[in-house]
Design a protein around this ligand. Structure first.
Ligand code: HAM
Length: 487
């Protein structure tokens, strides 16, 4: 048996600091005892900690999400961008910022064999890569805004725990070259639609963290407030006062909660301009009837944000979550997040470029999707199978793949099973799939270039010319669709 991954967080604590800081991509150590008797006992590889496989049985939750992202991208005219998984470390240090968890603790950094002048890393997110590509390929020369979307794996050497992986997948949407509040609203609408249209209840948490100057003034007030309460704070928060004061607002420790609740609110430090921008975004959300909560402690864990920041949270009551899903999700786990990053392009050496975007975590979204399906809060979209093709005899078997391919090319969805030779066995499958029609191809039909169409509900059969099959089937399927609509 493959060795199971130990996801117990306590085992992480037992590692030395060195082991934690310098991850190496390697197979897990051999299991101590090897059974000699059977083949599988020789198998000694298992997943790396914090990594996971998406097995075929889970793909049914992933495929609709990827299709949904693609559809939203087309509807809102976002163009796909792919960037490399490896980038220079400095790209992320510059954009995400020192003092953040991602940069200080979670980067997969290593030296390239070619002895690059700077170190390389596995990307922890893609916004910085998209901005790099925007500057490097002169996308600022194109009509603005430039709207880009992506999907792919990200890497963070985080402590593996519920809903947190070391390799995880995101889809993201970024709009570069536009500072209008309508852009913020459009991005939030896409993020909301992604879940809402799959039948998944979500809510947006939103805040404005102002521009750099406003934030600096606010941080002075925040530090002053927290310094006075220092003795009541948890150890982490005491460190945060000097190291990264905004992260004080992320603390979930019960001893810090009342202090956080009374803390100064950034909204009071916003200029008239920033405040008006934020109010306009909220007006759009009201108009769009998107449910949102104003959360003054929402500051996000990356340094590049300014003004609007938001996160997406699940709101369905899942009760006891599915035990076999491999991922757990709590209501505190964001399904996605984003915001404006108006200064990032300039900080990275490009022209001043107003921009905003968001990313969704697909593992968390897939878990939520699955849990909501199990609770019958939503259903997976069904791909209708139009017919099942059953073949009888060697010649029919040989011809059937060609016919299936022709029907498929005309837009029909045909199921079949070429390993079954008995007609009864094949019609049993057709019955269990609840297909409206079976197409039956025997020796005689191959010789006559015909095929039998059997209506599975009435049992009525008709013989048609193979050349006319696509046309006849398309008509029948259309009739079916129309009748369903009337009902
Ligand atoms: P983020 O909040 O770091 O933002 O990540 C976005 C989402 O990715 C999270 O809400 C979560 O669902 C998922 N995620 C993050 N870390 C993990 C993990 N270790 N395991 C599983 N899922 C995870 C960004 O990455 C920004 N680039 C978003 C953005 C785009 N801002 C502007 N444009």
């Amino acid at each position: 048996m493959p060795k199971k991954n130990n996801l117990n967080p306590k085992s992480v604590k037992n590692k030395t600091a060195n082991q934690r800081k310098e991850p190496k991509i390697k197979a897990v150590p051999e299991p101590k005892k090897e059974k000699k008797s059977n083949e599988s006992a020789k198998f000694k590889y298992a997943l790396l900690r914090g990594m996971h496989d998406v097995l075929p049985r889970e793909q049914k939750y992933w495929q609709p999400m990827l299709a949904q992202a693609q559809r939203l991208a087309e509807d809102f005219q976002f163009k796909k961008i792919d960037t490399p998984i490896m980038e220079e470390v400095s790209l992320f240090i510059r954009s995400i910022g020192k003092g953040t968890d991602i940069i200080d603790k979670e980067m997969y950094i290593f030296e390239d064999k070619e002895k690059y002048s700077s170190k390389i890393c596995l990307r922890p997110e893609m916004t910085a890569s998209v901005v790099r590509a925007y500057i490097q390929h002169g996308l600022w020369n194109q009509p603005q805004p430039v709207k880009l979307w992506y999907s792919g794996p990200m890497f963070r050497h985080d402590r593996p725990q519920a809903g947190r992986f070391r390799q995880f997948n995101q889809i993201g949407f970024e709009t570069l070259g536009d500072g209008d509040p309508a852009t913020d609203a459009e991005l939030i609408l896409i993020a909301y639609n992604f879940f809402h249209e799959l039948g998944l209840p979500v809510e947006i948490h939103i805040n404005s963290i102002g521009n750099l100057e406003e934030r600096e003034k606010y941080i002075v007030a925040l530090v002053e407030y927290y310094r006075a309460k220092r003795s009541y704070l948890c150890d982490d928060c005491r460190k945060r006062i000097n190291k990264n004061p905004l992260r004080l607002l992320d603390c979930k420790q019960s001893q810090c909660r009342p202090i956080k609740e009374e803390s100064p609110q950034i909204i009071d430090w916003l200029s008239t301009e920033s405040r008006s921008h934020f109010m306009k975004v909220l007006e759009y959300l009201d108009e769009l009837e998107i449910p949102y909560t104003l959360r003054h402690s929402l500051v996000r864990g990356l340094d590049y944000y300014s003004r609007t920041v938001f996160e997406i949270y699940p709101t369905a009551d899942l009760g006891d979550q599915a035990p076999d899903s491999g991922v757990q999700l709590s209501k505190q786990d964001a399904l996605g997040g984003g915001g404006r990053y108006d200064l990032l392009a300039e900080q990275m050496g490009g022209r001043p470029t107003m921009a905003g975007g968001f990313s969704l975590g697909l593992e968390r979204a897939a878990f939520y999707y699955k849990a909501c399906c199990e609770k019958e809060i939503t259903k997976l979209p069904k791909r209708e199978i139009h017919a099942f093709l059953a073949q009888l005899g060697d010649q029919a078997k040989r011809r059937s793949l060609k016919i299936i391919n022709q029907l498929r090319a005309s837009g029909l969805v045909i199921d079949f099973n070429l390993t079954k030779n008995s007609l009864k066995g094949q019609l049993d499958i057709a019955n269990s799939l609840h297909v409206p029609y079976a197409l039956i191809l025997g020796q005689k039909e191959v010789q006559d270039s015909t095929i039998i169409i059997r209506d599975m509900e009435s049992g009525v059969q008709e013989i048609v010319d193979q050349k006319k099959l696509s046309t006849v089937m398309l008509k029948k399927v259309q009739i079916n669709v129309d009748q369903t609509k009337k009902k």
